[in-house]
Design a protein. Structure first.
Length: 209
C-alpha cells in the first residue's frame, strides 16, 4: 500500500504559510512555490541508492559516493505542475522532464488525457509526478495511468497540499505509488477545492483568473 509522507521541515512549513496567504502576489507566489519544490526535492530523494567511487582531489584519492540506480524523470501535470519543475531541477539537474496534459470532460467531469510527452527511456527511469494540489485525485490518478501505459514502473507523486479524499483515491487506484506532501489539509468543499488550501494554484502562479 502507498505510503504518505508529510514534510515537517521548518523551512517548508514557513514558506508554505506565505504561499497560502491570499495577499501574496503572483511574483512572490511563484518564487515561493519554486523554493518549496527545491526543498521537497531534497526530502523526496533521501532514499536514492548510492555507489562507492574514487575521485582524485588536488591532494590525493578520496573514496566517495555517487547516485546509483534508476535515472530520474519529472512529470508535471499541466499547467500548475510547471511551477514546481525549475526548483526541483536545481537540485537534480540531470533529470529529464516529461509532460502530461489533462482536461476535465464537462459531461462526465472526469479527466481526459490530451497531451503526453515522456523521455524515450521510460522503463529505465524513476518518475516523480508533480502537481501543487491533490484535491479530488482524478488528475493524479489519470497522469499515473498515462505513465504506466507507456512502461513506467517506478513512480512517486509530489504535491504541495492534499485533501484526505484525494489521497485515498490515489492510494486505492495506485497502491504502488508513494505520496509526498508539504501539508495534508482538512477536506474538500462542495466545489472540489481544498479547505483551507491556497485557492487555484494555476491562476496564482500565472496571474490568470
Amino acid at each position: 500500500m502507498s505510503k504518505v509522507f508529510v514534510f515537517d521541515h521548518p523551512l517548508i512549513q514557513h514558506k508554505l504559510t506565505y504561499i497560502r496567504d491570499k495577499s501574496t502576489g503572483t511574483k512572490e507566489f511563484r518564487e515561493l512555490v519554486d523554493e518549496v519544490a527545491a526543498l521537497m526535492a531534497f526530502e523526496i530523494t533521501r532514499d536514492l541508492p548510492l555507489q562507492d567511487v574514487t575521485v582524485e582531489t588536488p591532494v590525493g584519492p578520496a573514496k566517495s559516493k555517487k547516485i546509483a540506480g534508476k535515472k530520474l524523470g519529472l512529470v508535471p501535470i499541466l499547467r500548475a505542475g510547471l511551477g514546481m519543475v525549475d526548483g526541483i531541477l536545481r537540485m537534480i539537474p540531470a533529470a529529464r522532464v516529461g509532460h502530461v496534459g489533462l482536461y476535465r470532460d464537462p459531461e462526465t467531469l472526469k479527466p481526459v488525457e490530451y497531451y503526453v510527452k515522456l523521455p524515450a527511456d521510460v522503463e529505465e527511469r524513476e518518475f516523480i509526478v508533480i502537481d501543487p494540489m491533490l484535491a479530488t485525485g482524478g488528475s493524479a490518478v489519470e497522469a499515473i495511468n498515462s505513465l504506466k501505459k507507456r512502461g513506467a514502473t517506478t513512480i512517486k507523486l509530489m504535491c504541495l497540499i492534499a485533501a484526505p479524499e484525494g489521497v485515498e483515491i490515489v492510494k486505492e487506484a495506485h497502491p504502488d505509488v508513494d505520496i509526498y506532501l508539504a501539508a495534508m489539509d482538512e477536506k474538500l468543499n462542495e466545489k472540489g477545492y481544498i479547505v483551507p488550501g491556497l485557492g487555484d494554484a494555476g491562476d496564482r502562479l500565472f496571474g490568470t483568473k
